[in-house]
Design a protein around this ligand. Structure first.
Ligand code: GUN
Length: 282
């Protein structure tokens, strides 16, 4: 038996259509949601991500602005720009695309964003809210993964074992916390974990966010498990691929997300959702 695909592209489009309806209603009250996107340097992948995010904003009726700086930008100039965005009432969400060049301290940049405009959910105030189970912005990629689980009926994860592979601040750590908040029993595996397969083989849900093709292979997956692939890599032939060995794992898993067309479109949908919430002061 082969796994059912979780179609992130289709689900993302459905969510974006709902956001558009809510955006139009908010606009009738005189508020146009606004997202300020900031990109530093010319990283090709970041440029594509940013373009896709802004295109999705436009389609949902969300106003977006774009500031593109040279990779030589000084930290003080970036902090000045963010300060101006914090004070601009037309800007409800601020997204500084990561990674940043090495001369800029990412922590100081994230901390300079007003928590109420931190639609990425990276500010320590929002991270703390996630840890404490308090309201706040949740990081878009893990939130999108949770929506994918919901789409196959997995809302309450009580009694389910979940393994997160990867411990980044953007995906792995917040993913583990969201799964925990949904009552899953959560294990985080990372580069220093000996024998990650020991854990993944027991898991009902595996979220793979390592950034390395072939991280999860069929022998590491429990039959029927749900596999969510956060990776976006290029293989030797230059083709987009995830972290999961898709062709072999799909023979074992119950559900699996494709790359492309899986988690990526969900990240964008969640960014729009957070921006709309920021504008509506939810
Ligand atoms: N770089 C990779 N993923 C993300 C994301 O979700 N937000 C931002 N700002 N940068 C990223």
């Amino acid at each position: 038996m082969t796994a059912q695909l979780i179609d992130g592209k289709a689900l993302g489009l459905r969510i974006r259509a709902q956001i558009k309806v809510r955006t139009e209603a908010l606009k009738r009250t005189g508020i146009t949601p606004g997202l300020a996107v900031v990109l530093v340097g010319g990283d090709p992948a970041s440029q594509i991500y940013v373009r896709n995010k802004m295109k999705a904003c436009a389609e949902a009726g969300i106003h977006s602005t774009f500031a593109h700086y040279e990779s030589t930008l000084g930290e003080a100039e970036l902090l000045d720009h963010i300060r101006a965005l914090n004070e601009n009432p037309a800007v409800h969400g601020i997204l500084v695309q990561l990674p940043l060049p090495p001369q800029i301290h990412v922590g100081r940049v994230i901390e300079s964003i007003a928590p109420a405009k931190d639609v990425d959910g990276f500010h320590p105030v929002n991270v703390g809210a996630l840890v404490a189970g308090a309201p706040g912005f949740r990081p878009c990629t893990p939130l999108g993964c949770m929506k994918m689980l919901e789409s196959i009926g997995l809302t309450d994860l009580a009694g389910r074992k979940a393994v997160v592979m990867g411990r980044s601040n953007i995906v792995g750590k917040p993913m583990a916390l969201l799964l925990l908040a949904a009552n899953a029993t959560v294990t985080v595996c990372h580069s220093k974990t000996p024998d990650a397969a020991h854990f993944t083989r027991e898991a009902d849900i595996v979220v793979c966010a390592v950034g390395r093709p072939g991280t999860l292979t069929a022998d590491m997956v429990k039959p029927g498990a749900v596999v969510i692939d956060v990776g976006i890599n290029r293989n030797a032939a230059g083709k987009l691929c995830g972290d999961v060995d898709f062709e072999s794992v799909r023979q074992v898993a119950g559900h699996i997300t494709p790359v492309p067309g899986g988690v990526g479109p969900m990240t964008i949908a969640m960014l729009l959702s957070n921006t709309l919430d920021a504008a509506a002061h939810l």
